[in-house]
Design a protein around this ligand. Structure first.
Ligand code: ITT
Length: 212
C-alpha cells in the first residue's frame, strides 16, 4: 500500500488550473508539499489511453518519472446518458484547442437537442474522476469517484470550471457552477463528498494520506 508522509513533496500532475485549485483545497489538511506539473515545467503528456484509468496512469507516471517524486493525477469527464456516455474521456477535447467550455457546453446541449432530449428526465449525466498515485519506482494506485446529476440549460453560475455551470447534482437545486468550492466537495472524514473528485479523494485519503 502506498502511504504518503507528512512533509513529503507530491506532484499534482495536472495542467488544469481548476483541478489544481480543488486539489490544493482537498489536500490542505495533510501537510504535504505540493507542486504542480505546470510549476515544474513538465510537458503535458498526450492522452492516448482509451479509459480514464489509462489516461490517469500515463499522466501520473510521466510526472513521477520526470520529477523523481510521487505524483497524483486525475482523469475525469462528463458522461451523458442520452449520448451513450459522450463526451466521456474526450470531455476536455470537446472544448477545442482554446479550451473554451462555453463552446463545449453548447455542443453537449446541441447534441442533446438533436436526440430530442429536452425534459430533465432525458438529460441525466454523470461526472467521473479516476485518480492515480504513482511513485518513481513505477508503483501505482487508483481511486474512482462518480456523481449523478441533470444537465440544465442555460448554464447557471460562474464558479468552478469546465462543465460545472450545466451540471446539477442529484438532490440539489443548484449547479456546481453556483456552489462554493467547499459545497461542491462537501467532504469530511465521516461523510462522503458530493463531487466525483471529492468521492475519489475520500478513498485516496483513507489509504494513502498521513493523519491530519
Ligand atoms: P489534465 O489532464 O492536465 O489534468 P485536462 O483538463 O486535460 O487536465 P482531463 O483530460 O481529465 O483533464 O479532462 C477532463 C475534463 O472534464 C476537464 O477539462 C473538464 O472540462 C471536465 N471536468 C472534469 N471534472 C470536472 C469538474 O469537477 N467540473 C467541471 N468539469 C469537469
Amino acid at each position: 500500500m502506498l502511504k504518503l508522509q507528512r512533509g513529503q513533496k507530491l506532484v499534482v500532475a495536472t495542467h488544469n488550473d481548476g483541478k489544481l485549485r480543488e486539489f490544493r483545497t482537498l489536500l490542505e489538511p495533510f501537510g504535504l508539499e505540493l507542486v504542480s506539473a505546470g510549476e515544474l515545467g513538465l510537458p503535458e503528456p498526450e492522452e492516448t489511453g482509451t479509459t480514464y484509468h489509462e489516461n490517469a496512469e500515463l499522466k501520473s507516471v510521466a510526472a513521477s518519472k520526470a520529477s523523481n517524486l510521487w505524483a497524483l493525477s486525475d482523469d475525469s469527464g462528463l458522461s451523458v446518458n442520452a449520448l451513450d456516455g459522450a463526451p466521456g474521456i474526450y470531455s476536455a477535447r470537446w472544448a477545442g484547442p482554446s479550451k473554451n467550455f462555453d463552446d463545449a457546453m453548447v455542443k453537449v446541449h446541441t447534441e442533446l437537442m438533436g436526440k430530442g432530449a429536452m425534459a430533465p428526465g432525458r438529460r441525466g449525466a454523470e461526472f467521473i474522476a479516476v485518480l492515480c498515485l504513482s511513485t518513481p519506482e513505477g508503483e501505482t494506485a487508483f481511486f474512482e469517484g462518480r456523481v449523478a446529476g441533470t444537465l440544465v440549460w442555460p448554464p447557471r453560475g460562474t464558479k468552478g470550471f469546465g462543465y460545472d455551470p450545466m451540471f446539477q447534482p442529484q438532490g440539489h437545486m443548484r449547479t456546481f457552477g453556483e456552489m462554493e468550492e467547499k459545497e461542491k466537495h462537501h467532504w469530511s472524514k465521516s461523510e462522503i463528498g458530493l463531487s466525483h473528485r471529492s468521492r475519489a479523494f475520500s478513498t485516496f485519503v483513507k489509504e494513502c494520506c498521513p493523519d491530519d
